[in-house]
Design a protein around this ligand. Sequence first.
Ligand code: SF4
Length: 150
Amino acid sequence: MEQFSQTKEASPVSGGGKETAAREVRSLTCIGCPLGCTLTVELENGQVKSIAGSTCRRGDDYARKEVTNPTRIITSTVRVIGGAEEMVSVKTRTDIPRESIARCVKALKGIEAAAPVRMGEVILENAAGTGVDVIATKEIAAENRLRDEA
Ligand code: SF4
């Protein structure tokens, strides 16, 4: 599920009979904190002209990035072989471009990690060619190690 909402209104602006600029207004919900401020971004020819509705700098930064270079951190799980648990939670080490999300999720399908899995261990290098690794966010002990300790 997307964690934001967005609407667009685009309208070319005429000046003296010919088009001079493409204006667009986007409405976003800031995901910087639980307040979820509604942000209105005005763009002209793809450039941010104004941002309204944010009550802090993080909102401005989020809105600017969201309309010019939207990115996300991807979280998922992969199967663990020989581990005390069957699955390990993973995430991209940093944000990746939004258009790479589907390819990253697809690349994670069928990936298996051999136990033991260390937190921060690279599970998938260079996910979907983004240059960003997918790492484990949890420690999973090997199944036999737990048996030996019991
Ligand atoms: S603009 Fe600031 S206060 Fe509002 S939701 Fe974003 S981070 Fe929170």
